[in-house]
Each structure stands twice: as structure tokens, then as C-alpha cells.
Design a protein around this ligand. Structure first.
Ligand code: SF4
Length: 426
């Protein structure tokens, strides 16, 4: 059984050195195969080095078997997925299109989380054959990191297994799950099908509080058992924890980290409630409101950079990366989301459909999205669009999520320009 082990001291120095040599080799090979663009590639290489420093400035790499994970959304190194991603980046304009893909296999879920982004009204899942083909098309378009979402993806194991098995080594494949329905055998089968990691939702260190939050008795035990099953099957485990303003301010990031360390998770991802799905209308828990962002950054500094916490899991959170001087909002360019029915959205947290890939060509819908959101933005799309989406939902009886393409495209066309986030300024 491989264990996640944060790198430190000699192991960290050796990793840094090997990674730098490997990156230089990628650059050299790309220049040799396209000699005419050597200067442009070298400039891109320097920009990538700068953004990877920003990315890693409050993280720590974690070893897992013979590979190393640097944060959640980058494939492990060394791997075919990482190599292909770096080669694409060296040949890009600085935006790494469609590298992070969230793909839903079912909308069904027995839980009732108040912040669930997937709150839909009875849409038909795309046929399983289309789902398999789509995974191939996602890989063709980039897709070095694919996360299978739901609903609860384990509720429809056939579709989930089919989606995972359809991917080859060009992608690192993850599962976002509550653990519901998982047993040791299923965890082994998922691993055999190609699963690399699992994000297990565990929103409170107290069992009764977690159960109450997700609306399901016994959910805490289910999640804890799932962590154990995944670990035994050699699946990398991340705990996904949604914290409210009050809980962050009462030091619950530390308590979550203690729990994650005891459970043997490799990382903890702290999530803020974003205005999507169930939380798009009338949610008073949207963050950040005050200093939650700063508290998350302080905790990342402590748990990831302070030697006293070396053996703790890696702590990260999207709000840290989404700061305007870092990576901002990558919805619709680096990140895409595809619902169970095939609606392609810029992000799980933006309930707008730019087209349905069950019936339309995936590349045509991607091109449409790319023309509307060609680059990352400083302004967060989910927060910016929330008042308009909420108003549409409230004023129209029976209007479901995501909003239909004509309405969605109109909203995206009317977006004001937003400057590039710091990590993309060249
Ligand atoms: S819309 Fe942008 S800021 Fe909001 S969750 Fe998605 S990527 Fe992050």
C-alpha cells in the first residue's frame, strides 16, 4: 500500500533537481522539433516557471509510491499525462485550455448537502456509449486531469466505471464522492479501471455534525470507511471539506487537518460555498465575507511550510489559487464541466450551458466556449453572475439548472472585460 509522504530535506532537494532537469529536457526537445519558434518557446518556459513558483509558493510536494503530486489539479510526475500537459503548455499562448475536466455520470445522490452545485430537474443522462466516446474526445482536447462527479458517482457504478475505464494514460482520473456504496472490492475495481485518486467529502470532524450537514445518518462512518478502502486499494485520498465563515473563524481548519492526518489522507481541500446549484438563490453562507481567505492562506503557510507540520497532509483550497494576483478564475478555459445530461458549462459553479455534447459535437461546443472565455479572469465568474442567474431562477416558474444555451450565451456575451490574473501576465 503506497502512503502519501510530503517531501522534505534531501528528498525534496533531489525532487526539485530532477524536475528542473526534466523540464529543461522537454524544452530542448520541443525546440529541436520546431526550431523556428525557439525564442517564443523559451519565453513561454520562463513564464511557466514563474507561474509554477506562484503555484507552489504555499504548497509542499507529496510522494506517492514512485510518483509525486504537486497540488491536486496537476497530474502526478512523472506520468504521460504530465508530460503531454507540459508539451502542450510550451506550445500554447500561456493558457492551458481544457486541462481540468469535471464529468458527471449521474445526478442521483441520497444526500442533501445545502451547497450542492448539482441541483437539476430530471434531465436524461447521455447514453453510456456517448459517455465513453466523450472521454476519448476530452483526452484528445487536453484533459490531463479528469474528475468524475455526480450526484454521487458510486450510485451508478456501471456508468462511473465505464467513464474511468475509457480514459488512458493521457489523463489522471479522479472521483469526487461521499463514499456512499463503496466497499473494498469496488475500490479495487475502480483502481484496476484506472482511478488515480478520490476526493472524499467530509465536512465536519464531529460525526453528528457531518451527518446533519449532508442530511444522511451514518454519512461520517461511510466517508471514513471509504477513505480506508481507497487507501488499501492504492488510491490517493483527498478530503474535501466545506467550511462556513463561523467555523473557519473558530479554528476548524486545524481540527480538519488533525482528522485528515489520523485518517491518512494525502491532502485536504478546503472549499467555500459558492453561488451555484442549491446555493444560487438566497444562500447566506457564500464566502469570502471577511478574513476567511487570509485565514486559509495562514493555515496553508503553517501546514505546508512549517517544519513542525511536515508529516501533515497538504492543505489547499481553490480560494487561495483564485486570488487576482495568482490564477484568478479559470472557468471555461483551463476548466470545464460536463453534466450527466451532456450540458457543457464553464465550471461546476457556473450553471450556464453553452451547448449539449450528447447531441452536438464536443469540439464545436468547446470552440464556442473558448471564443467567449478565452483567458482566465481576475473577476470570479460564479460570484459575478450569481445575481443574474438567481434572478432568472426566481422569476421563472420551473426554470431548471443549468440555464439553456441561448440564455447562457447571451449572459456570457455581455460579460465585461476582466484583466488577466497575475500568474498569466507576461
Ligand atoms: S467560476 Fe471561477 S472562481 Fe468560481 S469556482 Fe469556477 S473557476 Fe473558481
Amino acid at each position: 500500500m503506497d502512503k502519501p509522504i510530503p517531501l522534505a530535506g534531501k528528498a525534496l532537494r533531489s525532487f526539485d533537481c530532477k524536475l528542473a532537469l526534466w523540464a529543461a529536457k522537454m524544452l530542448f526537445q520541443e525546440i529541436r522539433s520546431h526550431p523556428g519558434s525557439a525564442a517564443a518557446k523559451f519565453r513561454t518556459f520562463l513564464a511557466m516557471r514563474r507561474s509554477s513558483r506562484i503555484y507552489m509558493s504555499k504548497l509542499k510536494p507529496v510522494g506517492f509510491g514512485r510518483s509525486v503530486k504537486m497540488g491536486l489539479y496537476l497530474p502526478h510526475w512523472p506520468s504521460q499525462a504530465m508530460e503531454a500537459r507540459v508539451r502542450r503548455a510550451l506550445n500554447s499562448n500561456g493558457v492551458h485550455h481544457h486541462e481540468q475536466v469535471m464529468l458527471c455520470t449521474t445526478d442521483e445522490c441520497p444526500y442533501k448537502c445545502p451547497h450542492c452545485f448539482n441541483y437539476r430537474k430530471g434531465q436524461r443522462p447521455m447514453p453510456i456509449q456517448r459517455l465513453r466516446e466523450l472521454v476519448g474526445e476530452i483526452q484528445q482536447a487536453g484533459g490531463s486531469w479528469i474528475c468524475i462527479h455526480g450526484g454521487e458517482p458510486l450510485v451508478d457504478l456501471d456508468r462511473t466505471m465505464a467513464a474511468i475505464a475509457a480514459a488512458d494514460g493521457r489523463s489522471e482520473v479522479w472521483l469526487a464522492t461521499t463514499g456512499f456504496g463503496l466497499d473494498a472490492g469496488t475500490a479495487r475495481e475502480l483502481k484496476k479501471a484506472g482511478l488515480f485518486g478520490a476526493c472524499v467529502s467530509l465536512h465536519h470532524y464531529k460525526p453528528a455534525e457531518h451527518d446533519a450537514f449532508v442530511g444522511y445518518a451514518g454519512a461520517f462512518e461511510i466517508a471514513v470507511d471509504a477513505v480506508e478502502h481507497f487507501k488499501r486499494a492504492n488510491v490517493f485520498v483527498v478530503l474535501n471539506t466545506t467550511l462556513t465563515q463561523e467555523r473557519i473563524n473558530h479554528g476548524e481548519i486545524s481540527k480538519t487537518m488533525e482528522l485528515a492526518k489520523d485518517l491518512g489522507a494525502g491532502m485536504v481541500e478546503i472549499l467555500f460555498i459558492r453561488p451555484a446549484g442549491r446555493a444560487v438563490v438566497g444562500c447566506d453562507q457564500l464566502l469570502p465575507k471577511g478574513n476567511e481567505q487570509a485565514l486559509l492562506e495562514d493555515a496553508m503557510q503553517t501546514f505546508n511550510r512549517d517544519a513542525r507540520y511536515q508529516d501533515y497532509p497538504v492543505l489547499l483550497g481553490p480560494p487561495y489559487f483564485e486570488a487576482p494576483d495568482r490564477f484568478g478564475c479559470v472557468a471555461g478555459n483551463e476548466r470545464i464541466f460536463i453534466s450527466t445530461a451532456g450540458d457543457l458549462q464553464p465550471c461546476a459553479m457556473v450553471n450556464l450551458s453553452v451547448g449539449n455534447v450528447a447531441g452536438e459535437s464536443f469540439s464545436a461546443v468547446l470552440d464556442r466556449l473558448r471564443s467567449l472565455l478565452p483567458r482566465p479572469r481576475r473577476e470570479l465568474l460564479c460570484t459575478h453572475l450569481q445575481p443574474v442567474v438567481a434572478q432568472r431562477i426566481e422569476s421563472s416558474e420551473g426554470l431548471g439548472l443549468p440555464l439553456d444555451p441561448p440564455l447562457s450565451l447571451d449572459m456570457l456575451r455581455q460579460l465585461p472585460r476582466s484583466p488577466s490574473p497575475g500568474a498569466y501576465c507576461r
